[in-house]
Design a protein. Structure first.
Length: 260
């Protein structure tokens, strides 16, 4: 049985097909890391066809606020104003011409409160965020998550970022979008020259294991250089985690690698 990485590029030619026992190589996907730090949050990523757009989120006085740390929270920088409202307006204006992407919510703390508020917010817009409907944006959770044995209990509005080396049940695995890990758990390479052979082998192992589960792989914390992007692509990593979305888009276009 073929399982599609359903929410990504659903209204275009499907980009990624995942099989339980054999992975089909796919086009690389841009992950807009710390997207809220961009000059134009959300829009920089969307206009450069990022496949995943990330926001770090805190619960503050009953509202979801976007910032890398609590000390950096600014009035008005809510998840609703920076991401949910622009996405809803985009869907209202563009209809079926919205290119597919995920919204990743990195919960920094108090996941229970954040998830409750997030679900309440997303359920106001089922035509945009209900993963069981056609042409919607799938939201998935990273950072502080509930126990992985509870993933399957969450509604179609929510999926999760997975971790390597976990023995997920089949029903919980179905709620996982990708497998993510810190690049620094495998290498101290600086992104210049060649990745050491032993590090390369270690990274290949995690990628192979994830692909056997039918899941794409993201290595965050990797050097944000063209050489590293090229190396990860050669190792069959599926997602390029970057703060340089426009430069990465240009790099992929220059290499004639179509990720949109």
């Amino acid at each position: 049985m073929i399982v599609r990485w359903k929410p990504l590029f659903k209204n275009c030619i499907p980009v990624l097909f995942l099989l339980p026992v054999a992975f089909v190589a796919a086009q690389p996907i841009i992950h807009s890391h710390n997207d809220y730090a961009h000059i134009l949050p959300f829009w920089d990523a969307y206009n450069n066809h990022a496949g995943v757009i990330e926001a770090d989120v805190y619960e503050v006085n009953g509202e979801l606020m976007v910032a890398h740390s609590k000390s950096e929270i600014k009035p008005g920088n809510s998840l609703n104003s920076m991401y949910i409202e622009p996405i809803v307006k985009l869907f209202d204006s563009a209809k079926n011409h919205v290119h597919g992407f995920y919204l990743m919510i990195d919960i920094k703390e108090n996941q229970s409160a954040v998830l409750t508020l997030l679900m309440d917010l997303l359920q106001q817009y089922p035509a945009v965020f209900n993963g069981n409907k056609h042409n919607t944006v799938q939201v998935f959770i990273s950072g502080e998550r509930p126990p992985d044995t509870s993933f399957h209990t969450y509604s179609s509005y929510i999926m999760f970022d997975g971790l390597p080396g976990k023995n997920y049940t089949a029903k919980d695995l179905q709620k996982i979008v990708m497998i993510s890990d810190n690049f620094r758990n495998y290498s101290n390479w600086n992104g210049i020259g060649k990745l050491p052979a032993e590090d390369s082998s270690n990274i290949e192992n995690i990628i192979t294991a994830a692909h056997k589960l039918g899941k794409p792989v993201r290595l965050w914390g990797a050097p944000d250089t063209e050489q590293c992007w090229r190396t990860l692509i050669n190792l069959k990593a599926d997602v390029i985690n970057t703060d340089k979305v426009e430069a990465c888009r240009q790099f992929l276009d220059k290499m004639n690698i179509n990720s949109h």
